[in-house]
Design a protein around this ligand. Structure first.
Ligand SMILES: [Zn+2]
Ligand SMILES: [Zn+2]
Length: 251
């Protein structure tokens, strides 16, 4: 049974679906009602809600964006069938556009594409979206966390990474990589220029607090690698060049 607290939080997530952890904490604190009838923490509230909404193939997850280091709370659809059902609010043209953007990002070196190229993808004959409509729907996907814009580039957002995992495994097996340290999928991660292993930026930074070398190629060219690590820590740069991923096409 849903309590008022559950309803309040779910309603908020249904309306917003992708919010920062800070916003979720504010919502949790602002839920009306007596303290002793409420969950002890936001985590506990989300856990209880998830037990109730799993039958509707919905789930609330917290995910850290590896590019911005921000924690987000996301309402995702967990249905195991195709993308169309997950993105049922969009038209067939928009869905096709979405899939073309995903394909372009995943198959491009560095797994990011310039914003203007992303908009140009909508001009394909098969899509037939007006320029304004393409821009509006792209902005919507950005606000929903499917994509993230960093400087002038579009990357996969944390929502795509948690919600579309089965889709990536089905269509992009040859392009997806797992983080050497945590085994979750990694996109636009940090690639060791010696052994070519890929890591989440968050994971490699944590590892390097206590270690000096790449987790995979200890003592091999360590000074060169350490030098690269220092540049990660200094400016938190998102533009670390990836050298291993060759641009490939799925045509
Ligand atoms: Zn990782
Ligand atoms: Zn290495």
């Amino acid at each position: 049974m849903f309590t008022n607290e559950h309803r309040y939080f779910i309603q908020y997530m249904l309306e917003n679906s992708y919010i920062s952890l800070e916003e979720a904490s504010e919502v949790y604190k602002s839920i009306p009602g007596e303290k002793n009838h409420k969950s002890k923490s936001l985590e506990q509230l989300i856990h209880t809600i998830n037990e109730k909404i799993c039958k509707q193939e919905l789930r609330i997850v917290t995910a850290k964006c590896d590019l911005t280091n921000e924690d987000n709370v996301i309402l995702i659809n967990t249905s195991s069938d195709n993308l169309t059902r997950r993105l049922r609010a969009f038209t067939p043209s928009e869905l096709l556009y979405f899939q073309i953007i995903i394909k372009e990002i995943i198959t491009t070196e560095g797994q990011k594409i310039p914003y203007h190229i992303c908009l140009n993808l909508s001009k394909s004959d098969a899509i037939s979206l007006k320029a304004d409509d393409a821009e509006n729907v792209l902005e919507k996907w950005l606000s929903m966390g499917y994509f993230i814009k960093i400087e002038k580039n579009i990357h996969l957002g944390s929502r795509s990474i948690v919600e579309l995992i089965p889709f990536f495994h089905q269509y992009y097996k040859d392009y997806i990589k797992k983080c050497y340290l945590c085994s979750d999928l990694v996109f636009s991660g940090h690639i060791c220029d010696i052994c070519k292993e890929e890591f989440h930026k968050v994971c490699i930074r944590k590892f390097l607090v206590k270690h000096q070398n790449c987790p995979n190629c200890i003592n091999r060219n360590e000074s060169r690698y350490r030098c690269e690590n220092e540049s990660i820590d200094e400016d938190d740069s998102m533009s670390i060049p990836s050298t291993s991923r060759k641009k490939k096409r799925l045509d």
